[in-house]
Design a protein around this ligand. Structure first.
Ligand SMILES: Nc1ncnc2c1ncn2[C@@H]1O[C@H](COP(=O)(O)OP(=O)(O)O)[C@@H](O)[C@H]1O
Ligand SMILES: [Mg+2]
Length: 143
């Protein structure tokens, strides 16, 4: 990627920081020619990934979450990483309504992330952590 700008932020896995990440990504993305709807989609995808890091990655113990974002002329790439429990079966985790906490959760976060972003890849290893990389294509600016 021919990167034009980037950020890297790390914070503890406190649930208040889900909102922090959501707001931060919106401010960064506002440098781009995106519609409000597109920015909203990005905010939802980032919130879902960060809340997964907090709830599932660290299971409400304390750990570090890293939020990175960068853009080129053609794409915005966002990465949310934790160093927690990891996902034993990624294909199963992606299934609609699969959740390891059925009493509390709906199991739709990863489904939303895939729907809202153009490309998603999940890298995870048990007891090492999880990295969710998501990309949004940017429309060429007409001029
Ligand atoms: N960062 C993560 N670390 C560990 N497990 C995760 C992570 N993200 C997702 N998972 C696993 O994938 C499942 C599905 O995630 P998701 O679709 O967001 O649904 P929900 O959060 O409602 O359970 C979770 O229940 C969990 O088992
Ligand atoms: Mg979730």
């Amino acid at each position: 990627m021919d990167c034009k700008n980037w950020i890297k932020i790390e914070f503890p896995s406190e649930s208040v920081n889900v909102m922090f990440a959501r707001t931060t990504i919106a401010v960064f993305a506002s440098q781009l020619e995106l519609t409000l709807d597109e920015i909203e989609d990005i905010k939802v995808a980032v919130s879902e990934a960060v809340s997964n890091a907090v709830i599932h990655g660290y299971r409400n113990t304390r750990g570090i979450v890293v939020l990175e974002a960068k853009y080129s002329e053609t794409e915005l790439e966002i990465c949310v990483e934790d160093f927690g429990h990891g996902i034993p079966d990624i294909a199963q985790a992606k299934e609609a309504s699969f959740t390891t906490i059925p009493e509390e959760r709906m199991g739709l976060g990863l489904v939303f992330i895939h729907e809202l972003m153009d490309q998603v890849s999940i890298i995870s290893e048990v007891d090492q952590g999880t990295k969710v990389i998501m990309t949004k294509q940017l429309n060429a600016i007409a001029n």
